[in-house]
Ligand binder design. Sequence first.
Ligand code: AFP
Length: 333
Amino acid sequence: MMLILHQDEKQPREGNTLQKQGDGMGKKTDEIVTLSQHLKRSGVDPDLRRLITSFAFVALDAQHQFPKYLRGTMGEPNKYGEAVARLDEWVNGYLCDRLIKTGLVRKIYSEELKEPLLGHGGAPFVVAMDPLDGSSNIVSNNAFGTIVGIYREDLPQKGRKLVAAFYKLYGPVNTFVYTAGSGTHEFVKHYDGLGNAQFLLLGENIRIPEPGEVFGLGGDPMDWSQAFLRFAKDLFKKERMKARYSGTFAADFSQVLHRGGIFAYPSTKKSPRGKLRLFYEAQPMAFIMEQAGGASWSGSGSLLDAVDKDVDARVPLYLGSKALVKKVKKALE
Ligand code: AFP
């Protein structure tokens, strides 16, 4: 097996006015640690451990099939009225099927399911997921991901009730970032000499860098509020930060987590609730971000305190380095 390589510590850009801390990489180690070893030594309970590792490997197996489903859309739009790529549909079906087979899941809520899927009555977990985040990037072969939140209680629930959350990023390398409530940790897919895949620890206890270096802002700028527009201009002018926006939340989030900064899909005039979904995208990523020392905001408080009776609800979303989330709050409140 190969040793894990770590990037040298990053230097924050000059000219940024915010306070400096965190390198976005996590603790360096030459030790080879697999995902299941890490979950065990972190004291994660056996059922949850099994569910997280099964999910990681199911997503990995699914990826081998991606080339078959790269083109085309389904006839029917999803519950949000959006076109469903063939890959969206296939990944959703594949993940649901494999998850139910673990026997650990009571119910699955998914961005691509019209109704939640019932699993095993007495099973311990309820799952909420965006099976394929960033479908518009399928045709152009840019990164896309899978975002998952795991609860013990049924939805709707506050994100504070999450027992674990993770995202998988299908990029130039495949990474898996999780939290089970004690820090945010990153793994990367490797093959051993026999061709067996493993997720190996890349960074433990990732701390989001302050000050931030990059930002990604979604929605139509012509539809942003004046206050948000001013905030966005400040990121260029005062904070001297770089714009990074790919159209895949998981990929843009990953940039912000590793390099510091802010991601927002704000409330706009036409869409006061923004675009991203509270349970499938916002809560899991807010949990990961806050566990990495960052902050989140829904327009009224932490995204982990936002709740809605509608499990398909959207929510305005702002998350990233603490100082920048504070700044956006100040700008919009
Ligand atoms: P899907 O999960 O339906 O692929 O949507 C992607 C997404 O929710 C999120 O990943 C992006 O940040 C956002 O939409 C991009 O939206 P715009 O196309 O409006 O920029």
